[in-house]
Design a protein around this ligand. Structure first.
Ligand code: 5GP
Length: 203
């Protein structure tokens, strides 16, 4: 495997996809990992572009079959990353970008730490996050309340990440993201490192 992983976490409403889109022509070929979820599609979301939407039964069958690199329950729904497309993209030497929660980041670190870089993306304050979620008006007040509660817990894990991007201004956040993505791509796997040392010594 010669690709690398960039994990992005942060509350929904932090602007992760806006930042990725704003930087996408600056960071070279990458594969954005599309997660599978049991939550309902929001208006404007598309099957296979935003998520693969499945039933709880289907998700649990996939867990049993060992199809996930990692999965977690977030806001009462399952979310998971399928193993196969990620390994294919890594084998093709791509930078694989994940938008996963704090629990998912920990699991990816356990399995693929040597090729992983991570960034936590957040709006400047909790109240600004609340405003953005209300403005987006894709979720009910009850769902927004759950998301804010979850964000209060997740922000405490910020120290587990290599970088923090405070998204007050999208173009500045995209600039920081571009630098991080370029550095993430340069991260060598332990195998590649061993091969490099061997080759360095022999020549
Ligand atoms: P949303 O419902 O707003 O799309 O996502 C809710 C949360 O689930 C976000 O924090 C997002 O990063 C996280 N999430 C999305 N996909 C995955 C996944 O495959 N694994 C894990 N662990 N978290 C995910």
């Amino acid at each position: 495997m010669y690709g690398a992983i960039l994990v992005l976490s942060g509350p929904s409403g932090a602007g992760k996809s806006t930042i990725i889109n704003a930087a996408s022509d600056q960071i070279g070929a990458y594969y954005f990992s599309i997660s599978t979820t049991t939550r309902a599609a929001r208006s404007g979301e598309q099957e296979g572009r935003d998520y693969f939407y499945v039933s709880t039964e289907q998700f649990e069958e996939d867990i049993e079959a060992g199809n996930f690199l990692e999965y977690a329950q977030v806001h009462g729904n399952y979310y998971g990353t399928s193993l196969k497309p990620v390994y294919e993209a890594l084998r093709a030497g791509k930078l694989v970008i994940f938008d996963i929660d704090v629990q998912g980041h920990r699991l990816v670190r356990e399995k693929l730490d040597d090729i992983t870089t991570s960034a936590f993306i957040t709006p400047p304050t909790l109240s600004e996050l609340g405003e953005r979620l209300h403005l987006r008006s894709t979720d009910s007040n009850e769902v927004i309340r759950k998301r804010l509660e979850n964000a209060k817990k997740e922000i405490r894990a910020v120290g587990e990440y290599d970088f923090v991007i405070v998204n007050g201004d999208v173009s500045r956040a995209a600039e920081a993201f571009t630098i991080i993505a370029k550095a993430a791509r340069l991260k060598q796997s332990r195998n590649a490192e061993k091969a490099f040392v061997q080759q360095w010594l022999e020549n």
